[in-house]
Ligand binder design. Structure first.
Ligand code: CAA
Length: 389
């Protein structure tokens, strides 16, 4: 049995994230959502506080923290501002973690100090107009020209699309080899041939900058390939396995934020002569919300703890993401219902959380893809929970 007795350091991280969220993020969050305005100064402060390279080793300018600390920070920030937490999640768990784990020493020294302090922001460029869930069907090509590759193609739905200075781009280098002919490259946004498309006008996480990016004859030096030739698809899958824990924590935070608002409202709002919390129709809803959110929290912390122990977390991460994302969607709808008409207007925050929740069922692998990963593991005979715990 695994117990999550938080250490003093982990509690301090949680407290710092809560304080930052209330003090800095909450005041402008409604306007940024309405105006689709990127949180420029807020992201700068995230970097100054060490939230953009939390797990990166101190030798590369990061915080050297564990995954559980990272999850606690994402959870707190997502209670109010999921636009900010996705910017943070992509930079931490897809870009920094991917580079630190699989990059060469030269790549790490060149990019991590800037990325982990927020001086530069990173983007993870896998999805394409015709390659979303089916990630092996890459149409972007990188043709080998001796000491460099020539990159051509379009990537879609890229978080940090216009603000990132570094892109980790997945591309096909040899179509005949299927997923073994895929590679991952470091591309700088300032390079000739990189063109950023218009900002997407989204249902939720409206302040984060989501763009398509087109690469036309971009010259990528060979030293910018990550790992051995043909490692790109595994790089993407392994990196996404950790990323999914971050998005699971985001979903958990959105659900917990909506619950906290619904609970406060239910204690204060009077109907039929008593606070609505004292009506069973509402108290049972809150009981169910609290239970499902706690179950999601256990799954998310469990996946993070497995990663911190160096054990395989692919299955636990998929379970955490699928359950937390579906819980966030369901419980945000309930939070709006508890608020009645007030829940339907922007001032009360829950309608935004409900819109933000939806994306957690879609990005970094849809809930259906998580079920595919889980069911394939079951078919392979994976025992769950592993007896070793
Ligand atoms: N770790 C290591 N290797 C893995 C792996 C993992 N987690 N998952 C798969 N692989 C390996 C397999 O072992 C296999 O290698 P071998 O042939 O050597 O055995 C290879 O990868 C191909 O695997 P599959 O045959 O399982 O591939 P598939 O085509 O059936 O696809 C999939 C598997 C799970 C559906 C995968 O395509 C997938 O995860 N799709 C979803 C993509 C996704 O999550 N996109 C998110 C975009 S990024 C984003 O959203 C960021 C953002 O901005 C917020």
């Amino acid at each position: 049995m695994m117990h999550f007795q938080l250490t003093e350091e982990q509690r301090a991280v949680q407290e710092a994230a809560r304080d930052f969220t209330q003090r800095t993020l909450k005041p402008g969050v409604i306007d940024r959502d309405r105006e689709m305005r990127y949180p420029t100064t807020e992201v700068r402060e995230l970097g100054a506080l060490g939230f953009l390279g939390m797990m990166v080793g101190p030798e590369y300018g990061g915080g050297g923290m564990d995954t559980l600390s990272y999850v606690l920070a994402i959870e707190e920030i997502s209670k109010i501002d999921a636009s900010c937490s996705v910017i943070m999640s992509v930079n931490n768990s897809l870009v920094c973690w991917g580079l630190e784990t699989f990059g060469s020493e030269a790549q790490k020294e060149k990019y991590l100090p800037k990325l982990s302090t927020g001086e530069w922001i990173g983007a993870f460029c896998l999805s394409e107009p015709e390659a979303g869930s089916d990630a092996t069907s890459q149409r972007t090509t990188a043709i080998d020209h001796g000491d460099h590759y020539i990159l051509n193609g379009t990537k879609n739905w890229i978080t940090n699309g216009s603000t990132s200075k570094v892109h980790l781009v997945i591309a096909q280098t040899d179509a005949g080899k299927g997923h073994k002919g895929i590679n991952a490259f470091i591309v700088e946004a300032s390079q000739a041939g990189v063109e950023i498309g218009a900002k997407e006008d989204k249902l939720g996480i409206r302040a984060s900058d989501t763009h398509s990016i087109t690469y036309t004859d971009v010259h990528v030096p060979k030293e910018n390939r990550i790992g051995e030739d043909g490692f790109g698809f595994k790089f993407a899958m392994k990196t996404l396995s950790g990323g999914r824990i971050g998005i699971a924590a985001q979903a958990l935070g959105i659900a917990a934020g909506a619950y906290e608002l619904a609970l406060a409202y239910a204690q204060e709002r009077v109907a039929f002569g008593k606070p609505i919390m004292q009506h069973q129709a509402i108290s049972f809803k809150l009981a169910e919300m609290a239970t499902e959110i706690e179950a999601a929290r256990q799954l998310v912390y469990y996946a993070a703890a497995l990663k911190d122990r160096g054990q395989n977390y692919d299955l636990a991460g998929s379970m955490a993401k699928q359950y937390a994302a579906d819980t966030a969607m369901k419980q945000c709808v309930e939070a709006v219902q508890i608020h009645g008409g007030y829940g339907y207007v922007k001032e009360y925050h829950v309608e935004r959380l409900m819109r933000d929740a939806k994306i957690t069922q879609i990005y970094e692998g849809t809930s259906e893809i998580q079920k595919l990963v889980i069911s394939r593991a079951i078919l392979k005979g994976a025992l769950y929970p592993p007896a070793v715990l």
